[in-house]
Design a protein around this ligand. Structure first.
Ligand SMILES: Nc1ncnc2c1ncn2[C@@H]1O[C@H](COP(=O)(O)OP(=O)(O)OP(=O)(O)O)[C@@H](O)[C@H]1O
Length: 242
């Protein structure tokens, strides 16, 4: 569970980006974050994944206040989190399988990392995750030969194999055709429900947020102006956000 109280962040000299955000996110929730360009979506994700510092506020993760923790302790928590970006962070020349296996970096023995060897158990686990996102038959294809949606689904499998408990998906379906976008979001939603991970997913299309979000957050000018259970937004709620 994630609890945030009064989180604020500004960029110098005094550009306030996030303003006193408070919320709770529970396991199994897919939180669809919507907001205009520059409303602070990426900055919020960067703060929650400890990539950026914030100025004020309390951040409680799994019952522990991690607001002021330093480098080494941060590393421990970062193992629990994965980032999905618009352009998936994958090696284009390596196969889908090898890319998924690289997600085990945090968990493998040092000699396996140095020698690049993997056990047959690791191999089967990676195949299981590729199966979960419907890409078993593409396991040996190099990433550069996959479509945008397939690449994103490999990135999802890579996040899962590393045991991510929280996934920050920053506009993961921008640039995908509607069918591919639906498939990626269907996978994320099913993983969220079955594996009880928390997924924060920023989206530009309100309809997708309404269809896939178990909750919808609306961010405007760095403020959380809408926080509702997944359903169609009212006209007034849309006006508050955009
Ligand atoms: N490193 C930085 N230094 C100064 N200002 C920044 C920095 N990063 C982001 N900003 C500013 O913070 C604001 C919020 O940016 P952010 O990227 O979080 O918005 P966003 O909602 O993700 O936008 P988009 O939908 O366009 O990606 C913007 O005004 C941006 O210019």
């Amino acid at each position: 569970m994630i609890i945030v109280r009064n989180l604020s962040k500004s960029f110098p000299p005094d550009h306030q980006i996030l303003s006193r955000l408070s919320f709770q996110a529970d396991e199994g929730e897919l939180i669809a974050l919507i907001g205009g360009s520059g409303s602070g979506k990426t900055t919020l994700f960067r703060c929650l994944s400890l990539k950026d510092k914030w100025d004020e506020g309390q951040y409680i993760y799994d019952g522990k206040d991690i607001s002021g923790i330093g480098g080494l302790e941060q590393f421990k928590y970062r193992k629990d989190w994965a980032f999905l970006e618009e352009k998936p962070n994958l090696n284009p020349r390596k196969s889908a399988l090898k890319n998924v296996l690289s997600g085990l970096f945090f968990h493998k023995a040092w000699w396996r990392i140095l020698s690049g060897t993997t056990s047959s158990d690791d191999h089967m686990t990676a195949m299981d995750y590729l199966d979960k996102v419907g890409l078993l038959e593409k396991a040996h294809e190099p990433i550069e030969k996959l479509s945008g949606g397939e690449k994103q689904r490999v990135a999802v499998a890579k996040a899962l194999i590393r045991g991510a408990k929280v996934i920050f998906a920053d506009e993961p379906v921008s640039g995908l055709d509607p069918e591919a976008a639906m498939r990626v979001l269907e996978d994320l939603k099913s993983i969220c429900e079955k594996d009880k991970v928390i997924i924060f997913c920023s989206l530009h299309q309100v309809e997708l947020a309404e269809k896939f979000g178990s909750r919808i957050w609306g961010l405007s000018g760095g403020r959380l102006v809408v926080d509702i259970a997944g359903r169609r937004l009212t006209h007034r709620e849309k006006e508050l956000i955009f």
